[in-house]
Design a protein around this ligand. Structure first.
Ligand SMILES: CC(C)(COP(=O)(O)OP(=O)(O)OC[C@H]1O[C@@H](n2cnc3c(N)ncnc32)[C@H](O)[C@@H]1OP(=O)(O)O)[C@@H](O)C(=O)NCCC(=O)NCCS
Length: 172
């Protein structure tokens, strides 16, 4: 098994590859999963382009995004991981789960796993996450694995965003 594939007690994290394009298209098309993410729902063409980017990011950076499978059921329950933020904020943690899977603590489990990978394997000293102030589940999930709120601001289109951060405790 690749070092990039990670097992926790309940979940299996596998780097997203082109082989995931069909099932990622299903997640990307679901407004209940995607509405709170920056780019929102993706159509098939947009989803395929995103999956190609996710695969390329693993090769380019040595970190990236995983599919998340529930080990007990074998079901794909979400995806997320580490991505260079396009707004210049650094390396961002992202997470999105199906409505049926939300509320089980999978978000913090993914966040903790991704942050540990960032610090111990990818040698990144700081990870951030950006969420809407209205997304309370998103904020609770980040706080549960130790991220702290740094600041908030209002975007040009009126959305209030909150920046969370976590630094590698082992970094000097
Ligand atoms: C945000 C998200 C990643 C959190 O993951 P999670 O596994 O649901 O996290 P938790 O189970 O730890 O739940 C966090 C809190 O939100 C609550 N919650 C989770 N899902 C909820 C939902 N659909 N509706 C209302 N509350 C919810 C939980 O009860 C919990 O509250 P508590 O801390 O007071 O007990 C997940 O809910 C999700 O994928 N949401 C849609 C996409 C999204 O918002 N992504 C993050 C964008 S920054």
């Amino acid at each position: 098994m690749s070092r990039r594939t990670i097992l926790t007690t309940r979940l299996k994290f596998e780097p997203i590859t082109w082989a995931d394009c069909d099932r990622m298209a299903v997640l990307h098309a679901d407004a209940r999963v995607m509405d709170l993410l920056k780019h929102g729902v993706l159509n098939r063409q947009q989803s395929d382009a995103m999956v190609a980017d996710y695969e390329a990011e693993w090769s380019a950076f040595g970190f990236g995004s995983w599919t998340v499978t529930e080990r007990a059921s074998g079901s794909l329950v979400g995806y997320g991981g580490l991505r260079v933020h396009d707004g210049g904020f650094g390396i961002a943690l992202r997470a999105a789960f199906t409505p049926e899977a939300q509320g089980n603590g999978y978000g913090p489990e993914l966040g903790h796993t991704a942050a540990t990978y960032a610090f111990d394997v990818a040698k990144i000293d700081r990870v951030i996450a950006i969420t809407r102030r209205s997304n309370i589940p998103g904020q609770r999930s980040l706080e549960k694995f130790g991220m702290h709120r740094e600041r908030e601001w209002t975007t040009a289109d009126g959305r209030i965003l909150v920046l969370y951060a976590l630094c590698n405790p082992k970094a000097g």
